[in-house]
Design a protein around this ligand. Structure first.
Ligand SMILES: [Zn+2]
Length: 187
């Protein structure tokens, strides 16, 4: 039974089964690609006899996609998601930790875009040693707290006048540093 082709409108769209042959562009990033041809046995797709349009089933699309990740040796979207969920992090939080935009991160996790090789190894490092990343994060948060604490003292509000006095005033870089260290020790 032939169906109407969504591209050319001809009633020449036919269901095909068997090994689907897939070819990547001849060159990738300017280099000759040695594994550009792939076969996917037991596949199902529609092909138009008139214009040659090929419509892949969702399952076949997924298979091709997974092969791309394997070929590049990078984490699949599902793997990225499971790493994030392993540590109960939101996409926003994970993006923050990796220092990338939240949109970028969600594109990788939804399989809309592929992460670069270097970003991929960063995610792998995070999975192995999350504490290293969270430590840096903590460091940043601590210094934010220090800044806001210093602002509070400088504005003369709250009961921090004594703390200020104890550290010899607020002017001057050295005093600021001393005070920062002092507060950091307390955090
Ligand atoms: Zn067609």
């Amino acid at each position: 039974m032939k169906m109407k082709c969504p591209l050319c409108g001809d009633e020449s769209l036919e269901r095909k089964t068997g090994a689907f042959h897939f070819e990547l562009p001849g060159k990738e990033s300017g280099r000759e690609n040695p594994e550009r041809e792939m076969d996917f046995p037991d596949s199902e797709w529609d092909e138009c006899g008139a214009c040659g349009e090929v419509i892949l089933s969702v399952e076949l699309q997924k298979r091709i996609e997974r092969r791309q990740y394997a070929r590049k040796g990078i984490l699949t979207p599902e793997e990225i998601k499971s790493i994030r969920e392993k540590y109960s992090l939101t996409q926003a939080r994970m993006a923050q930790i990796l220092q990338v935009g939240e949109k970028n991160f969600s594109r990788w996790e939804n399989g809309i875009a592929m992460q670069t090789k270097s970003m991929d190894s960063l995610i792998r490092q995070f999975e192995k040693r999350p504490e290293e990343f969270l430590k840096n994060e903590g460091g940043k948060q601590a210094s934010d707290s220090v800044s806001s604490y210093l602002r509070t003292i400088e504005s003369g509000k709250g009961g921090n006048v004594q703390a200020l006095a104890a550290h010899g005033g607020i002017r001057g870089k050295k005093n600021r540093e001393t005070l920062s260290r002092f507060i950091k020790d307390k955090l």
